[in-house]
Design a protein around this ligand. Structure first.
Ligand SMILES: Nc1ncnc2c1ncn2[C@@H]1O[C@H](COP(=O)(O)OP(=O)(O)OP(=O)(O)O)[C@@H](O)[C@H]1O
Length: 653
């Protein structure tokens, strides 16, 4: 810290010199004449230990050439005592691994150099071109950079040494100056618990960055100076953008350095900047510039968070175990409840075919109920109901409106008339036949509907049995098709209207969904074409450090398109959910209409009127839910006798 903030009088000339001569900067600490161990303990140790808990970390040395960045980061290679942050961090990591018996920690290393906007793998020099690529979740990685697993400190130090050698050899061979390159030594760790079978594990990346000299010297080789000045000023711009909360865009992609450090310069990463400065007055200009950068960096908000992942293989194993346990539990419950022959496995093709057949018969009106024994069967029944074929078999859509029988339009009035007439002509049943309900085929089913905020819920009571429809011997009831038309205009009017309303809403939602889908696809096509234009433009300007005006316009356009895409896609998802919801309501209304119709039809045409009267006045007995035989037994119990020869029921089966 340089204390004071004032202007001083030039005594020799006897005039006030308006030049600033003292500055004040806020930093977290000053390491003056501090031994390397203290530097490591204060700067790096907390970051390294946090990395083993799953937090990313970045330590960056910034300052003018010769100010001690490499000394701080790597240390004096020949002196063990003066080793820097990297070797000490490696020692600490392996010491911790030995100490933490309860975890398996794997370590990998990489060593990247950025020289004149070119990426160099110091652990595999000359291996080929590398690029910085964005990863899902906001991270970045250098494609092509070699990652080296290491199992002990010695191997790790050897790799560090190898990397340093590559850097020196590169300097000689290519006649370049390593002071003018940035170096990023990265330690990647993954920590899994040994004791628990938990599929969760944590990972981290620690970037130890030795930046190129920050001075804006002009005595260097021109190209180097341009690149260094540009990449450091882009670094400064990025830091400025990160400190400004109003800025939406942070220009990470402007240089290889900021792009490679995208996930290390803020956000969820522990970050420490070491500002290396000369303690000499002659270097004051560079020192002030370095400290200005440091105090800006201090304003960057960070919010470190653990990188937690789930191992898919372990997770699947855990879920398989859970399924096994639940199956055993189900088996036990079946034994306790004395249920035999239950199967909870995936339905076979034969079982699916059987359900399809039952649904078809049900829709045709030839089956009063569908037998269901498991959740899988319920799902399959609903799936079959949803199939267009399943619905069309018996009762289908009429001109896209409402839900009706194939008899519609001009026939409608005639059908209603005929149905009413048929009802008038209906004679009282002429007695039960000997093949009426037996103990085995006596229905024990119950199907109740309840309204909850306009939606309909189904309650099942197990087990379900099939019931057999009855037919009249002497007088035939109206056909189901005719009766259904009649029903929709009378008792079923309300539910039919709700069904129509729901269908109208569904059609509206579907139209909106179609428009949104078209819109999203159009934006996607625009994004693709802009991206390919951008790629072409980049190919032309390969190696150029600055973004051209046309390229910038494309980038801005792409950003705008992506924002649009995101918003429209979100709207599309919302509408899709609405469509599904409406579709469910429509399905439920259809089933409700059909079920009410079945009940009404049975009551209206298959029970003698006297029985109907009793059932209706019974109060607690809900018409349509009581099996026919029980109703008849009830009638005989209360003494309402009717002579058996007059009635004649014949089982349909
Ligand atoms: N705190 C220190 N104690 C002892 N020697 C130091 C210290 N800091 C730097 N040095 C020495 O100063 C010289 C220059 O330091 P160093 O190479 O670390 O500078 P630099 O900032 O990395 O420069 P460049 O930008 O060229 O990479 C080295 O010989 C180094 O050993």
């Amino acid at each position: 810290q340089l204390n004071g903030n004032g202007r001083k009088k030039d005594c020799r000339r006897g005039v006030v010199n308006n030049q600033l001569c003292s500055w004040s900067f806020h930093v977290d600490g000053v390491l003056h004449h501090a031994p390397q161990e203290e530097v490591y303990n204060r700067v790096a140790r907390p970051v390294v230990l946090a990395a083993l808990e799953g937090y990313n970390g970045t330590i960056m040395c910034f300052g003018q050439t010769g100010a001690g960045k490499t000394y701080t980061m790597t240390g004096a290679t020949e002196s063990y005592k003066q080793r820097g942050i990297i070797p000490r961090a490696l020692k600490e990591v392996f010491a911790e691994i030995k100490r933490r018996h309860e975890s398996t920690i794997t370590v990998r290393l990489s060593f990247l150099e950025i020289y004149n906007e070119t990426l160099v793998d110091l652990l595999q020099p000359g291996h080929g071109a590398m690029t910085v690529v964005e990863e899902p979740g906001g991270g970045v990685c250098v494609k092509g950079l070699s990652l080296h697993p290491v199992h002990n400190e010695e191997d790790a130090l050897n790799l560090l040494f190898e990397g340093e050698m590559s850097r020196i050899v590169g300097d000689h061979a290519l006649n370049r100056n390593s002071s003018r390159s940035h170096c990023i030594f990265s330690i990647y760790t993954e920590s899994r618990s040994e004791t628990s079978s938990d599929a969760k594990y944590v990972s981290s990346k620690v970037n130890l960055v030795d930046l190129a000299g920050s001075e804006r010297s002009e005595g260097q080789v021109l190209k180097e100076t341009v690149y260094i000045n540009k990449s450091l000023s882009f670094l400064e711009q990025t830091i400025l953008a990160l400190t400004d909360r109003r800025r939406e865009h942070v220009p990470y992609r402007q240089s290889k350095l900021t792009h490679a450090l995208k996930d290390s310069l803020g956000g969820n990463c522990n970050m420490v900047l070491v500002a290396n400065i000369y303690g000499e007055a002659a270097q004051i200009e560079e020192t002030v510039s370095t400290l200005r950068f440091a105090s800006r960096m201090k304003r960057v908000q960070i919010d470190p968070s653990v990188n937690e992942h789930i191992d898919p293989v372990l997770h699947v194993k855990k879920l398989e175990k859970e399924i096994q346990l639940l199956k055993q539990e189900l088996y036990l419950q079946d034994i306790v409840a004395n249920r035999t022959g239950m199967s909870y496995d995936r339905l076979s093709e034969i079982q699916v075919a059987e359900i399809r057949w039952q649904v078809k018969k049900y829709l045709e009106g030839n089956l009063a109920d569908i037998s269901i024994g498991s959740v899988r069967q319920i799902q399959e029944v609903f799936a079959q109901f949803k199939l267009p074929g399943g619905m069309k078999e018996g009762i289908g859509e009429v001109k896209g409106q409402g839900f009706g029988l194939e008899l519609a339009g001009s026939n409608e009035k005639h059908v209603v008339h005929r149905t009413k007439k048929a009802k008038e002509n209906q004679q009282e049943p002429q007695g039960l036949s000997s093949t009426s309900l037996t103990e085995q085929n006596r229905p024990e089913y119950e199907l109740l509907w309840s309204h909850v905020n306009q939606s309909v819920c189904l309650h099942y009571r197990f087990p379900y049995h099939l019931i057999h429809p009855f037919t009249f011997m002497n007088s035939s009831p109206p056909s189901k098709e005719e009766a259904f038309e009649d029903f929709k205009l009378e008792l079923g009017l309300e539910i039919n209207c709700i069904l129509k309303e729901n269908k109208a809403v569904l059609i509206e939602c579907r139209t909106k969904l179609k428009m949104l889908t078209d819109g999203v696809n159009a934006v996607k096509r625009e994004i693709d074409s802009t991206t390919s234009m951008l790629q072409k433009s980049r190919e032309h300007s390969e190696g150029e450090p600055v973004v051209e005006e046309a390229e910038l316009a494309l980038l801005l356009q792409l950003r705008e398109l992506r924002t649009r895409y995101r918003h429209e896609y979100e709207e599309l998802c919302r509408t899709r959910a609405e469509v599904n919801y409406c579709q469910n309501l429509v399905d439920q209304c259809r089933i409700r209409l059909l079920t009410d119709f079945e009940i009404w039809y049975n009551e209206s045409f298959l029970l003698p009127e006297k029985v109907q009267v009793i059932l209706k006045s019974g109060g607690s007995i809900r018409p349509g839910l009581v099996p026919v035989k029980e109703a008849l037994a009830l009638v005989s119990k209360i003494g309402l006798m009717f002579s058996t020869p007059e009635l004649s029921f014949v089982s349909d089966v």
